[in-house]
Design a protein around this ligand. Structure first.
Ligand code: FAD
Length: 427
């Protein structure tokens, strides 16, 4: 089949890789000049355990609702959130308490596991360094904090990824750079946890897909999908599809199917087809700094569940990520959140990173999030249209599994996972 993919983030490049591998003629349309320039640019990098990535699933924790504003807030309502943001937040909080929440968590955990295995296989076949670091440690200032994670830990144990509880001394043996003066009651250790560089992997996937014949049309913006009988606008022609694609470049493209991997833009692209999806940008930050001292820097990844912060090793750099803002806040960086991140970095790993170096990179990105925390991996609302977006806080951890499942659906193969929790019909 001739397949058009919209978007070359981690999800779009993984999808191009799988579809080109299946022998399809793939063309990727991307508005930026390179792959992974938006949400996939500087994610925290955590691959596993995907369920423990902060904000990866809706929270049934009612304390969160009371902590929306203020300097130490976790999810924050910012300027521009409006009533849409409030309504979305209410759905997100409610989703964590729904009867089917447990089933959804299990589906997300299974998608994460399948994705991890596919990512590792691809990385090994490529033989490239993707700045991968093994092991994930969940830091517990108080042992009572385990309670907050209990539903997630139960699902992980059920899926065969149980975490080992260790005392503070053992935690410091696993991560020798951990500060000795920060109170630490213990930790949970996932020895099969992993982090790696999402942007680097997206670029490698792009290259590998190109080698299999996929074409990437950069600086090409798809303006919308509209219903039409014939489907020819701006040279993009869809054979027999009841909708058309309008792109900014007049390339002579013909396709039998379109896959939307446009991340946050997925909802807007579908609106002309009469679909209104509750997809929200949940903004967060990452700060990346060069390693200062090998011994004091993190070796793998750590998660601070209380502040929903992650610190991961990315080659010769350390990346700290956190914050969750609803609303655009005029595009301005939130000073309080950045301060918390810098403090957490120097607090947990003193002397580990050169946090005041000119090479420090501060990034604000938007997690494309649906209120139940699960992505859309599904046939779309029109024949020949497929969806693979809305991966929220764990798009890197789910990209390769999602792409493989979507390629199965397009080929008429039965995916290894039950795809019901990821279907469009749930909205
Ligand atoms: C602070 C932070 C930390 C994170 N940490 C993690 C983590 O540790 N682990 C994890 O798994 N995930 C993490 N994430 C989430 C992860 O980054 C996203 O889920 C993932 O990058 C989404 O990938 P995507 O390909 O769907 O979207 P994107 O990377 O945004 O890709 C979409 C692409 O579509 C293109 N596009 C959009 N509209 C059009 C159009 N009209 N025409 C042409 N092209 C278009 C865009 O330019 C873009 O390149 C984090 C996110 C943030 C913000």
């Amino acid at each position: 089949m001739r397949i058009l993919i919209v978007g070359a983030g981690i999800v779009g490049t993984a999808t191009a890789f799988e579809l080109a591998g299946d022998g399809h003629q793939v063309t990727v349309l991307e508005q930026h000049a390179a792959a992974a320039e938006q949400a996939s640019f500087a994610s925290a990098g955590l691959l596993a355990p995907s369920l423990l990535i902060p904000w990866a699933s809706p929270s049934g924790d009612s304390r969160l609702a009371r902590r929306l504003l203020g300097g130490r807030a976790t999810m924050r309502l910012m300027q521009g959130a409006g009533l849409t943001g409030l309504a979305w937040l209410w759905r997100w909080l409610r989703a964590g308490r729904q009867a089917q929440a447990g089933q959804r968590l299990q589906a997300l955990a299974q998608l994460g596991q399948a994705s991890l295995s596919r990512t590792r296989d691809i990385a090994q076949a490529m033989g490239s360094d993707i700045e991968s670091s093994p092991g994930t440690l969940v830091l517990l200032r108080k042992l009572a904090h385990i309670e907050l994670l209990q539903p997630l830990l139960e699902v992980l144990a059920h899926c065969g990824s149980a975490l080992r509880q260790v005392d503070a001394e053992t935690a410091r043996l696993i991560e020798p750079g951990l500060a000795t003066d920060v109170p630490l009651a213990g930790a949970l250790h996932a020895s099969d946890g992993q982090s790696a560089n999402c942007r680097l992997f997206a670029q490698l996937l792009r290259q590998a897909a190109q080698e299999m014949g996929a074409r990437f049309e950069f600086n090409t913006r798809v303006q919308g999908l509209t219903r039409s009988a014939s489907g020819a606008i701006n040279g993009v022609q869809l054979a027999g599809a009841p909708f058309s694609v309008q792109a900014s470049q007049a390339s002579q493209l013909q396709a039998d199917a379109v896959v939307l991997c446009a991340g946050l833009a997925g909802a807007a692209l579908l609106r002309p087809l009469g679909l209104r999806l509750p997809l929200m940008p949940v903004y967060g930050y990452s700060i990346t700094a060069p390693v200062r001292d090998e011994f004091h820097a993190p070796q793998g990844s750590v998660i601070d569940p209380q502040h929903r912060i992650t610190i991961s090793r990315q080659g010769q750099r350390v990346r700290i990520a956190g914050g969750a803002e609803l609303g655009h806040a005029g595009g301005l960086h939130d000073a309080a959140t950045l301060r918390t991140l810098y403090l957490a970095l120097s607090g947990w790993f003193p002397g580990g990173a050169l946090a005041s170096s000119p090479q420090v990179q501060v990034w604000r990105g938007a997690r494309p999030m649906l209120p139940d925390g699960a992505p859309l991996i599904s046939p779309g609302p029109a024949q020949g249209l497929w969806l693979n977006f809305g991966h929220g806080a764990s798009g890197w951890a789910q990209a390769c599994g999602s792409a493989q499942a979507l390629a199965d659906l397009i080929a008429g193969r039965r995916p290894a996972l039950d795809m019901t929790p990821f279907a469009l019909s749930r909205f």
